[in-house]
Ligand binder design. Structure first.
Ligand SMILES: NC(=O)c1ccc[n+]([C@@H]2O[C@H](COP(=O)([O-])OP(=O)(O)OC[C@H]3O[C@@H](n4cnc5c(N)ncnc54)[C@H](O)[C@@H]3O)[C@@H](O)[C@H]2O)c1
Length: 352
């Protein structure tokens, strides 16, 4: 085992450790308390060996594999998980481990938060997005009636294990999409991490990128666990990005085998950052996005994107909260009207 980094995230309800290190999956039994009934939740796209590594370290494991994709963040799958562990005799003293990306983490974490009013939850994130972002911060949820994360909770894990070696099986496009979330955090909060991207070293120095992004997210969520203010900085790129994702986001249920349909979340964020920064910042972002094969322009009509990003009619009147980056490593919150956002999009995506 090479370098191991340990971080501690402090929350209102206590603190939890995050361990980052290559090969750490093999040490899961020493990091999590698995000497009890343990539900291991994974999905069909996650290589089986990762969930098995956790199961083999548990005294009484029960592995449940859910279908791949956003569709598993549903009441039906949540109910199925709760029934399985009820039938298996799980008590309040037993636990749940997520082994997968953000979908599995959000679903399994929410199941842990509601079963018997809350049992211990551990997370082993296996996508880059979940390693740098969703596994830290304690948000867990399922979707309802097409509304993402409509029903959920703040439910911090007991511990998180991040093994960058599991990313060796992750498709290249997913790596780029995950890197974009780290780039987003670098743009607002860490000029040194941004330079690492500019120098073209992010992929080579993945472990360093993961730890730097975790440190940014840790300091943000420690200051604002419940998203009353500062935590909104993590939404840089997400206003326009969300509009694009609503129109053209990747939908697992509609995807072909080639998985080419639609844009991944990180790809939408890449596009969404471009209107929300100064010309100077955009000039620095563009070569990084191109080098990571992330999109830099969209053929979607501006009006449709604007209509999709306004989820709430009232927002049209009161304005939409956005994050703007004038200078790398800093940010400001700005409330913009829909037409002001449109004007920014004209600058970022000039008509050919
Ligand atoms: N809770 C939060 O704070 C938070 C933050 C950001 C995003 N999210 C949520 O995260 C979800 C997206 O997460 P994601 O991007 O990780 O997607 P995902 O969980 O759907 O995983 C993407 C794909 O990669 C596969 N996969 C996972 N690990 C793999 C590995 N090591 N090797 C090969 N394939 C692997 C999965 O089977 C899946 O097909 C969304 O539901 C989003 O709402 C939550």
């Amino acid at each position: 085992m090479s370098n191991v980094t340990r971080l501690t995230v402090r929350t209102a309800g206590g603190s939890y450790p995050i361990t980052v290190g290559r090969g750490m999956l093999g040490a899961v039994g020493t990091l999590f308390s698995l000497d009890r009934r343990t539900l291991v939740v994974t999905d069909e796209g996650v290589p089986r060996a990762y969930a098995e590594a956790v199961a083999s370290a548990a005294a009484k494991p029960l592995v449940v594999t859910v279908p791949t994709g956003e569709g598993s963040k549903s009441f039906a799958v949540l109910e199925m998980l709760c029934r399985k562990i009820l039938d298996a005799g799980f008590t309040r003293r037993d636990c749940v481990v997520a082994v997968g990306g953000g979908v599995v983490g959000d679903l399994a974490g929410f199941a842990a938060s509601v079963y018997m009013r809350g049992i211990d939850f551990y997370n082993v994130p296996t996508t880059l997005l979940s390693q740098v972002d969703s596994s830290i911060g304690g948000k867990v949820a399922v979707n309802l009636d097409g509304i993402k994360n409509c029903v959920g909770a703040f439910y911090p894990p007991r511990a998180v294990l991040i093994d960058p070696d599991v990313l060796s099986t992750l498709p290249r496009r997913q790596i780029s999409a995950g890197l974009c979330e780290a780039l987003k955090m670098a743009a607002t909060s860490d000029a040194a991490l941004f330079s690492l991207f500019e120098e073209g070293n992010a992929e080579e120095r993945l472990e360093e990128v993961i730890v730097a992004a975790l440190n940014i997210k840790k300091s943000v969520v420690e200051e604002d666990e419940r998203e009353a203010g500062l935590r909104r900085v993590l939404n840089f790129g997400h206003t326009v990005g969300h509009g694009i994702e609503t129109l053209a986001g990747f939908d697992e249920n509609e995807a072909t085998d080639a998985r080419e349909n639609g844009l991944y979340h990180g790809e939408c964020v890449a596009l969404g950052m471009l209107p929300m920064c100064s010309d100077a910042v955009r000039a620095r972002l563009l070569p990084i996005l191109r080098a990571l094969a992330l999109p830099t322009s969209t053929a979607l009509p501006k009006d449709k994107i604007l209509a999709a990003l306004v989820h709430d009619k009232k927002a049209e009147a009161t304005g939409i909260g956005t994050v703007f980056v004038d200078k790398i490593g800093s940010f400001r919150f700005e409330t913009l009207t829909v037409s002001e956002i449109g004007a920014r999009m004209d600058t970022a995506f000039p008509q050919k």
